[in-house]
Design a protein around this ligand. Structure first.
Ligand SMILES: *Cc1c(COP(=O)(O)O)cnc(C)c1O
Length: 381
């Protein structure tokens, strides 16, 4: 490595202890293998709507020298119309990941690592606490750690169900006063959908901010967006990445109370959403017919894949997303990962003990799913 003769110790001593100890988020691989079937990061197998591509191409000219609109004004106005709310209810981010990080910074008090032992009284801990269910999005603990806050991961109920309020009251570790609670709905990596009435019940008993992370909601039976317009402590997170085939462009948004949105806006980078992203998202909202048929196609492929995998002996969890979580037969999940990889099919396997026996498979095109099924049959032969 270049520069490796420079003493590393000196450089390391300049880094905050918290950052030195940090475990970075581990994204799914983006390998450059020819003709690979990539089913590991929940990308949409279909391209963005033709009008979206055309809008981006039209925008690529000398205007690239100019700063984009700092508040994504047009996009927020269009989103407000789409959701029947006000632009003041909306903040746009460089992907919803950026907004999840901003929520951590805006609502959670970091605790000084150099402080003497933290007072463990519940109400004192609460203001430092980021809470989430496990398993869910593995970014939440990373954001928490990076902020110097306390992570409180609480196991979901059986089959990844949301625990009832009664169960949470009996559960000694759930914190009803946590400064921030993330709920992935539908859940990842299980794919399980949650009823809006259950989410509402949960939100009503939480004192701190609750973020409902609806990254996959377009593939689900219901969504909880209206709750964000009814409760002052609720934010709904959406993204153009998965459903709208725009991972590359990095556009996500929060819907919520204008006070929370204004607070987030204060800590936002001035030009956090790039101009082509704003243009792409706006065009996507004007191509909803295309996307609705795309969602229907993915849901129908998901149902077919689930059926056939179940026939092959896989335990398939019912999904309301563009992926399925399965427990494969015969071999260990990590061995399946390798066997599929040898056949140029990439799926996702997580180390986390509660899901280590499972594979997460993104729904691809019907052709890709046929190849996956053929490979699975071959492996089982
Ligand atoms: C993909 C994903 C996101 C992040 O989406 P971006 O908008 O691309 O940052 C957020 N939450 C969950 C649960 C996701 O799976």
């Amino acid at each position: 490595m270049r520069g490796s003769n420079v003493p590393a110790r000196r450089a390391q001593s300049l880094i905050r202890p918290l950052v030195r100890r940090l475990h970075a988020y581990v994204p799914g691989e983006q390998p450059k293998i020819k003709r690979l079937i990539k089913l590991n990061t929940n990308e949409n197998p279909y391209p963005p709507a033709p009008a979206v591509l055309a809008a981006i191409k039209r925008a690529v000219d000398g205007r690239l020298r100019l700063y984009p609109n700092p508040t994504a004004q047009k996009l927020r106005e269009r989103l407000a119309r789409h959701h029947g709310c006000d632009p003041a209810n909306i903040i746009v981010g460089n992907g919803s990941d950026e907004l999840l990080a901003m929520a951590t910074r805006a609502f959670v008090e970091p605790h000084g690592l150099d402080e003497p032992r933290l007072d463990r009284k519940a109400h004192q801990v609460a203001k430092h606490t980021v809470q989430y269910f496990t398993p869910s999005y593995s970014l939440y603990p990373v954001l928490t750690e990076a902020h110097g806050a306390i992570a409180n991961g609480v196991p979901l109920a059986r089959a990844f169900a949301l625990p009832s309020i009664e169960q949470l009251r009996l559960n000694r570790i759930w914190n009803f006063h946590a400064a921030l609670t993330f709920v992935t709905t539908p859940n990842a990596p299980s794919g399980r959908g949650y009823a809006t009435t259950d989410l509402e019940r949960l939100c009503r008993v939480q004192r701190g901010v609750v973020v409902l992370d609806e990254a996959y909601v377009d593939f689900a039976e219901e969504n909880a967006l209206q709750l964000a317009l009814r409760y002052p402590h609720l934010l709904v997170a959406r993204t153009f990445s998965k459903a709208y085939s725009l991972c590359f462009q990095r556009v996500g948004y929060f819907v919520g109370h204008p006070e929370l949105i204004a607070a987030l806006d204060k800590i936002r980078d001035s030009y956090n959403v790039n101009g082509l992203g704003q243009i792409a998202a706006l065009a996507a909202l004007n191509s909803l017919a295309y996307y609705r048929s795309n969602f229907r196609q993915i849901v129908s492929t998901r149902m077919r894949l689930s059926r056939v995998l179940a026939d092959l002996g896989f335990d398939v969890f019912p999904s309301q997303t563009n992926f399925v979580l399965v427990r494969p037969p015969r071999f260990r999940a990590c061995d399946w990962l390798e066997k599929l990889r040898e056949r140029k099919i990439l799926v996702r396997w997580f180390h986390a003990p509660e899901v280590a026996d499972f594979l997460r498979i993104t729904i691809g095109t019907d052709r890709e799913m046929d190849k996956l099924l053929r490979a699975a049959k071959e492996i089982l032969k």
